[in-house]
Design a protein around this ligand. Sequence first.
Ligand SMILES: Cc1cc2nc3c(=O)[nH]c(=O)nc-3n(C[C@H](O)[C@H](O)[C@H](O)COP(=O)(O)OP(=O)(O)OC[C@H]3O[C@@H](n4cnc5c(N)ncnc54)[C@H](O)[C@@H]3O)c2cc1C
Length: 316
Amino acid sequence: MEIVVFIEVRDGVAKKSSLEAASEARRRADQHGWKVAALLVGSPLEEAAAKVASYKPDRILLADDALFASYSSQSYSAALAEAVRQENAHTVFVSATTMGKEVAARTAAKFQTSVLADVVSIERDGNTWKTRRPVYSGKAYADVQSKEGAPVFITLRPNVFSAGAPDPKAKPEASKLSVPIQPQDVKERVVETHKAVSETVELTEAEIVVSGGRGLKGPENFHLVGDLAKALGAAMGASRAVVDAGWIDHQFQVGQTGKVVSPVLYIACGISGAINISPVCLLRNTSLQSTKIRTLRFLKSRTTASSAMRYRFFPC
Ligand SMILES: Cc1cc2nc3c(=O)[nH]c(=O)nc-3n(C[C@H](O)[C@H](O)[C@H](O)COP(=O)(O)OP(=O)(O)OC[C@H]3O[C@@H](n4cnc5c(N)ncnc54)[C@H](O)[C@@H]3O)c2cc1C
């Protein structure tokens, strides 16, 4: 196997953004004649594994054990590292969710490498990956290239890479992954979970976001934003100004110190559009191979370099 995809499972369900990562892995593997192994960590995993199978990985690896029933970056990254070793992977795809970013970083450190993080486009160039990622709150893009040498860890921004059409007839081989970790090795433990209650779609995965700001004049008017979001099947968002004012819970905040969103349509109601809140709005190309990206502002070109990776900034 050459590509391992980490599938995030929440409450027994595979996250949509992980299915996007699995689809992108399939497309790349088909282009280059590679194989794909999808890793699921958690317990139970049956429903999620059945869903992932329809996205046609060559193999499904199941780290299904009581130890993985609650998320822990230590145990989950141990599972991903084991999958990468076992499959001799040269590339690892992980969705750039809160969990995905943590697991990818921790696992990459085990291989003494870094992560090509939060990318919105990827191209293979010889033995390296060329990727593009938003920087400065989406005001510019940086081109970041992997060094030669395996494995390369890449986190893919949710809602950018299309999930392909599922094939319910696909039946990849599934096997249990034995992870060399004991309960006493895990130093962190989930004591309690407080779930955010939201009647609308999850912000980070939403294709349409309707956000409200101080222009709404008061919390009593915020239902207008919620009503519109509901009517459009969209997620509801909010600016920091109204979150700080206590009009609405922080879980709805969009922006630099809130949630990163990548909708195809962003409707801002009574929001001034400060740099800290601009979303990355995406125009998807029907070919599924590439994604056109447009943000709301422009920045002057400039270049810089780091010792680990090469960056190029350009206007968007
Ligand atoms: C380090 C840092 C991090 C930050 N992180 C975030 C973040 O994550 N998210 C975030 O949102 N902000 C963030 N901010 C704050 C950000 O800079 C802005 O202050 C904030 O986004 C402003 O919120 P707003 O647009 O709701 O309010 P305002 O800037 O006050 O804008 C209100 C808008 O409503 C319009 N308006 C007024 N009346 C009406 C009306 N009747 N009808 C229609 N429109 C009307 C006004 O013209 C104005 O454009 C951050 C700031 C800093 C310094």
